[in-house]
Design a protein around this ligand. Structure first.
Ligand SMILES: [Zn+2]
Length: 199
């Protein structure tokens, strides 16, 4: 087969993305080749700009344009109520409901023994520090309702036990957030927030 270096390089880059196999990567590279030049430019510009102009909030780990994200830097948000989520994208979803007045904490994943993710890989230390530092009154756990999400929730409950008077709650069960985010609508999330119960 004919070997075209530049095309292969592009396929290789796409295949490094999560969930993209070699077959899909080839299809994407081919698609780029068929695209209008200005659209390809727009795509590559938006990727570089994303990396240049956004980062993760130093306080909560959400996607941010500055050192602190809009939620953490807002004076109207309650710093003593923290909602713990698995991934940065989960923040967008809960924010979209407009019903949560506290701040977030992004773990960066969930404890998953099968995938080799232990507590050391996730930002639990930051959570404990924030609870200590900000006199937090409530921690709402919004991990996924799957086995790993439940394990993670139990782990959080355990590490926060030492804080007397701290309320640790969990979203009403069976509510898909996070990896299932696209399947949960705002009202479902709202109900989950309202129906949260103590761990
Ligand atoms: Zn933040």
């Amino acid at each position: 087969m004919q070997h075209i270096k530049v095309f292969e390089a592009c396929v290789h880059e796409f295949s490094r993305l999560p969930g993209i196999g070699r077959k899909t990567a080839t299809r994407l590279a081919l698609h780029v080749l068929k695209m209008k030049s200005e659209n390809v430019e727009r795509l590559s510009k938006s990727i570089s700009e994303l990396k240049e102009k956004t980062r993760f909030c130093s306080e909560c780990g959400a996607i941010s344009e500055g050192e602190l994200c809009g939620v953490c830097s807002s004076p109207s948000r309650r710093k003593d109520v923290i909602c713990v989520v698995e991934e940065a994208k989960d923040v967008f979803f809960i924010e979209h409901t407009g019903q949560f007045g506290g701040v977030y904490h992004v773990l960066g994943g969930k404890i998953s023994p099968l995938d080799g993710v232990g507590p050391g890989e996730l930002n639990f230390t930051g959570l404990v520090e924030r609870v200590e530092k900000n006199g937090v009154k409530e921690v709402i756990i919004a991990t996924n309702p799957d086995a790993d999400g439940e394990t993670t929730a139990m782990y959080i409950g355990r590490i926060l036990k030492k804080f007397e008077g701290l309320k640790v709650t969990k979203l009403a069960s069976g509510i898909p957030i996070g990896s299932h985010i696209e399947f949960a609508d705002e009202i479902t999330v709202l109900r989950a927030l309202e129906g949260r119960r103590e761990l």
